[in-house]
Design a protein around this ligand. Structure first.
Ligand code: NAI
Ligand code: 15L
Length: 282
């Protein structure tokens, strides 16, 4: 798709767009860019976090626990497309991840199917392939190598996206986001970073690119030291990143993770966490 064909931000292309995880770091950062894409913008998160943010005045504010299937079904009424950022965003004990990410994603796709939603943009993660060596350059067709409970839950989400396309014709873009922060935090970030403006562009392209079916793409800026070759997927999305982590190299290239798997493998610090046993409360 020609990126020039992408409608400018601000022109509504959906009747109703749902954003989950709206109270989280990325939800709050992405809200302004996403709001312009829809006539009606519905924002959701757990009740407590959602009550603490200031949503855009015109937004429909819809508290919901993703682990509750009836609540998710109600949340999805009248929705045309979803940006799914909600869930646990870090490595940790299995049970909370099971509830929010695995059951949560299953509830979401069932509601999407039954309410006739057309497209989902799913926040997957680079931790689906976090056990590859940092020296390796991989692409979305390489086998998954999750680096923990969290990466495994994101792989389940990608599996759901594939299933619901093949069986039910629901389109999904699974974005294996790298490190979405204002600046790369350390040396690893020179490979994994995605600027917030690039992420906003990537979400917009993922919502609007025609005829996408099921697609997995990495979410990063045009980083010189990238771990991932995701050009083919980006071309299908019409995404052209504008930033490059290399700009920050003088400030962060001396910031190394401690020696061991976390320095050696792509998933970084998550490789130093766990294993967790069933007594861990989470
Ligand atoms: P975050 O932790 O700041 O936000 C996640 C939001 O999900 C929180 O507001 C939380 O309350 C909500 N949530 C958790 N469990 C829920 C449940 N059961 N029901 C409803 N809402 C629930 O995470 P962040 O950084 O904003 O990330 C957003 C998404 O992007 C997450 O899915 C994360 O896994 C993914 N991601 C983020 C990356 C990053 O660099 N920030 C990198 C890769 C993936
Ligand atoms: C993720 O998936 C996390 O949500 C985020 O907090 C970062 O740790 C990021 O990956 C990363 O790998 O830097």
């Amino acid at each position: 798709m020609d990126p020039a064909a992408t409608p400018p931000a601000g022109r509504p292309v959906f009747g109703r767009l749902l954003l989950t995880g709206a109270a989280g770091t990325l939800g709050r950062a992405m809200m302004p860019a996403l709001q312009g894409l829809a006539q009606h913008f519905r924002v959701s998160d757990l009740p407590g976090p959602l009550a603490r943010i200031s949503a855009p005045a015109a937004a429909e504010v819809a508290p919901c626990d993703l682990a509750n299937p009836e609540a998710v079904m109600a949340l999805m009424r009248g929705v045309d497309a979803v940006v799914h950022l909600g869930g646990i965003s870090v490595e940790g004990p299995f049970d909370p991840i099971l509830q929010s990410n695995i059951l949560g994603a299953h509830n979401l796709y069932e509601a999407v199917r039954r309410q006739g939603v057309k497209r989902v943009v799913l926040a997957s993660s680079n931790h689906v392939t976090g056990c590859y060596e940092r020296a390796q350059r991989i692409d979305p067709r390489d086998p998954a190598r999750p680096d923990g409970n969290y990466g495994l839950s994101k792989l389940f989400g990608e599996g759901l996206a594939s299933l619901y396309w093949d069986r039910y014709g629901i389109e999904s873009v699974c974005l294996r986001i790298g490190s979405a922060t204002p600046a790369p935090p350390d040396l690893r970030g020179l490979s994994t970073w995605i600027s917030l403006p690039d992420l906003a562009r990537l979400l917009s392209c993922s919502l609007q690119a025609p005829g996408i079916g099921f697609l997995v793409a990495y979410g990063m800026s045009a980083n010189t030291r990238a771990f991932w070759d995701t050009q083919t997927a980006w071309q299908r999305l019409g995404f052209v990143p504008q930033d490059n982590a290399e700009t920050f190299a003088p400030h962060v290239e001396r910031l190394q993770l401690p020696a061991g798997p976390q320095r050696q493998l792509q998933g970084g610090s998550f490789l130093a966490m766990g294993p967790y046993n069933h007594e861990d409360p989470g």
